[in-house]
Design a protein around this ligand. Structure first.
Ligand code: UFG
Length: 338
């Protein structure tokens, strides 16, 4: 699959990428640079990696520390936008540590919005999630349906969505809330990819198990009401997610003031279908055990992707499942020196 990027140019623009050292954030930074802009990473490096910051400067800052955040923002008050991807993300961990999740995600976002207001920064792109919808039978998920998140993680993201809407109404903040579905895959260069520690996500864990870097993997729940009993998710290539940000920046220039939009493919795959594709791509057997459900998981999440097409002209280019798995395997294999 070729790397075709939209013709849009960000020449001379600086964009603050909060969480730019992370998995999705580093791909966003690379794509901003590919379009002629300068990404400035703000990150506390609690889970992001210094080696993933390659396309612009990095500022070591923690959103929970409003004073140091404000100092960092004052150095970049001419930035064209703030893109916020930093948060605690592991659904299972959030169930055990809600205090940590609310503090990092909600207080952190509040400090960031306040800092932006103080420094006259008024364009905001926020990484939200399909996990804000919660358990529902109404799939594919449209943006206007009820949001009733099941997990602490989803609840913190929904709280931030509401805060952003209030800032828009009262203070004129311009925003795009991107509700990502399951980010997956890696940049074809192999330079950056998914590197969580501890890893909790299905595809990298499956690859570790196939590569013999862990024992049998666990499939959490085989009694869901889906065709094969396992959860269904909508896997979208991380570079498609990154593209959605670039398209969003263009829409700000065209006058867009506020938008909530799904960033998914519209296709759902079960956990067992993912495992099968990992086996096919790696050529390795994938040992697993069926275990009880993981707290916080919902049965199925896949997008109605029509609003993203209508509002952002967004159509996934890299999210064919085999390509996703191949690009992820390419990254992990070289990292694990297989
Ligand atoms: N799963 C397993 N075994 C594992 C890991 C995961 O069976 O070892 C299952 C999960 O139970 C779930 C599916 O694989 O059914 C996907 O789980 P992930 O942890 O890979 O992804 P989630 O869907 O839980 O969450 C991810 C991100 C969130 C994002 C969300 C949107 O962590 O940030 O996708 O669905 F919001």
């Amino acid at each position: 699959m070729s790397a075709e990027y939209p013709a849009m140019k960000l020449n001379g623009q600086t964009h603050i990428v909060v969480g730019g050292a992370g998995y999705i954030g580093s791909h966003v930074c690379k794509m901003i640079a590919d379009h002629g802009g300068e990404p400035v990473t703000f990150d506390n490096f609690s889970s992001g990696h210094p080696h993933a910051v390659r396309w612009g400067p990095a500022i070591d800052v923690d959103l929970r520390n409003a004073q140091s955040l404000n100092e960092a923002l004052s150095a970049y008050q001419d930035a064209s936008s703030v893109i916020h991807l930093a948060s605690s993300i592991e659904v299972g961990i959030g169930e055990k540590d809600p205090a940590g999740f609310y503090n990092n995600n909600v207080i952190g976002a509040f400090n960031l919005l306040e800092g932006m207001r103080k420094h006259g920064l008024d364009r905001f792109i926020f990484s939200s999630t399909c996990a804000t919808y919660g358990e529902t039978n109404k799939v594919p998920l449209t943006e206007d349906q009820n949001q009733n998140p099941f997990s602490v993680y989803g609840k913190t993201k929904l709280a931030i969505e509401h805060m952003i809407q209030s800032y828009h109404n009262a203070y004129g903040l311009k925003y795009i809330t991107l509700r990502y579905f399951n980010a997956s895959g890696a940049d074809p260069s192999g330079e950056i990819g998914e590197e969580h520690d501890p890893e909790t996500h299905l595809i990298p864990i499956a690859m570790q198990a196939a590569a013999g870097l862990r024992g049998k993997m666990k499939i959490f729940g085989t009694d869901y009401e889906t065709p094969d009993g396992t959860c269904v998710r909508d896997y979208i290539h991380v570079n498609d997610i990154a593209r959605a940000h670039i398209l969003g920046l263009g829409k700000f220039d065209a006058g867009l003031t506020n938008l909530e939009v799904n960033i998914g493919t519209g296709n759902g795959y079960s956990n067992l279908e993912i495992l099968k594709m990992v086996e096919e791509v790696t050529g390795l057997p994938l040992p697993y055990d069926a275990t009880p459900r993981r707290p916080g998981d919902v049965t199925q999440l896949f997008a109605d992707a029509s609003k993203a097409k209508a509002e952002l002209n967004f159509v996934p280019q890299y999210s064919d499942l085999e390509y996703i798995i191949r690009s992820a395997w390419n990254f992990h294999r070289s990292r694990w020196q297989l």
